[in-house]
Design a protein around this ligand. Sequence first.
Ligand code: COA
Length: 161
Amino acid sequence: MKTKRIAIYPGTFDPVTNGHLDIMRRAVSLFDHLIVAVALNPKKNPLFSIDQRVSFITESTRNINNIQVLSFNNLLVDFVEANKAVAIIKGLRAVTDFEYELQMGIMNRNLNESIETLFMIPSQEFSFLSSSFIKEIAKHGGNIGKMVPKNVVSAFKKIKP
Ligand code: COA
């Protein structure tokens, strides 16, 4: 029997954006199974709890087959190995992402030689998006409706003073 080819798409996803969802749709078509790995990442001091971040993605990917959303709080390469995945997917929006992503990719390869990092390009309309921009725009009452899924828009409405 053919072994399933599993990929991991990690991130903080605070919150998930339409750009992240675009990468998920593209990545799942290349593998048998995609695990979206939501990092607890306390050093980023996330606005949304880990459970919220996981459930935003779970709800938004309900109509996509072969996607699973999990949280993690250990080394990414260990999480990848524990889930028998072969690749890490990262989205590259602009050249500015590249240096940092290259460093992380090389560090992860040093930690585990057998795991490949694949960089994917989101659709051009999402190439300017970032979770920090979304939080900034939402905080000032701007319209984020075209940039994030509906459940994220609703969550921001609830936390607005
Ligand atoms: N659309 C929109 N935004 C995107 C995007 C896309 N397609 N791709 C990336 N981004 C944005 C994110 O929204 C985020 O923006 P922000 O900084 O404004 O919040 C930014 O790009 C990337 O942030 P994040 O999701 O936190 O990813 P990261 O590249 O900083 O890495 C982990 C996060 C979880 C992968 C990394 O910290 C990790 O591996 N942690 C586990 C511990 C570990 O193994 N450490 C050693 C690593 S060498």
